[in-house]
Every structure is written in C-alpha cells, then in structure tokens.
Design a protein around this ligand. Structure first.
Ligand SMILES: [Zn+2]
Length: 129
C-alpha cells in the first residue's frame, strides 16, 4: 500500500480488505514433512478493516472537536476584547475601590490598586506600561 490518496476509480483499501471472504484461510506446508499451519487471513482482513474504520472515525471526531475548539477560541477572544474595552471605558478611580490595609496610601501617592488594575488591562491587551 502507498501513502497516495485513492482516486475516484480505485476501491478504498478498507473495502478491499472487507471483500476478502471472512472464512478465507492460507495453508502453509513446511518442507520435509515438518507439518503445516493455517492462517485465518479472512478473519485478519476483516479485523484490520474494522480497525481502519474505527481509526478513520476517531480522526473525523478529532477534527470536528478541533473545529469546535477553534470556534470557542474565536468567541472567547471576541468576548475578551469587549470586556477589555468596557474596562477601558470605566473611570477607575481610587475613591471607588476597596483598599486592603497593605494598599492604603496618602493623597499625594499614586493609588496602588488603580495601578494594578491598569496594569492588568494593559497586560490583557498586550500593551506595555
Ligand atoms: Zn487608592
């Protein structure tokens, strides 16, 4: 078998495997009366075909799942952009924020809470500060 894709007139390999009668057997006689052995090649062909179909189905499901993830990623990217824009439009001021004890500051000092919020917005948009 080669890696090339089957053309329209070729029977897919999996169908060729399935076309082998399930009860086909190969008998091998060993030299000088050392006996013989049979191989259930029809059974093997059908097992191989079933495995190929299962793998093909798994691949299709994986591609469908990847497409869904890509749609989710795009949707979340758009939502994120809108949320960042909404944050930018807000007037974030010190007097409207909760200040933990560690964040308390004087009037003449830049508000550490506002600075952290602005840094987070800039980080979300990939801007440098
Ligand atoms: Zn403050």
């Amino acid at each position: 078998m080669t890696d090339k894709q089957p053309t329209a007139y070729e029977v897919p390999f999996v169908e060729l495997l399935e076309s082998v009668p399930n009860n086909s057997r190969l008998w091998v006689d060993f030299l000088e009366g050392m006996g013989s052995r049979h191989f259930p090649v029809g059974h093997y062909c059908h097992k191989a075909a079933a495995e190929l179909r299962r793998l093909h189905q798994s691949e299709r499901e994986a591609w469908r799942y990847a497409a869904e993830l890509e749609q989710d990623r795009k949707r979340l990217h758009e939502v994120n952009a809108k949320l960042v824009e909404a944050l930018r439009l807000m007037n974030i001021e010190c007097q409207h924020l909760h200040h933990a004890k560690k964040d308390q500051h004087g009037y003449d000092v830049a508000c550490p809470v506002v600075e952290r919020i602005k840094a987070s917005i800039a980080k979300a948009t990939g801007e440098q500060q």
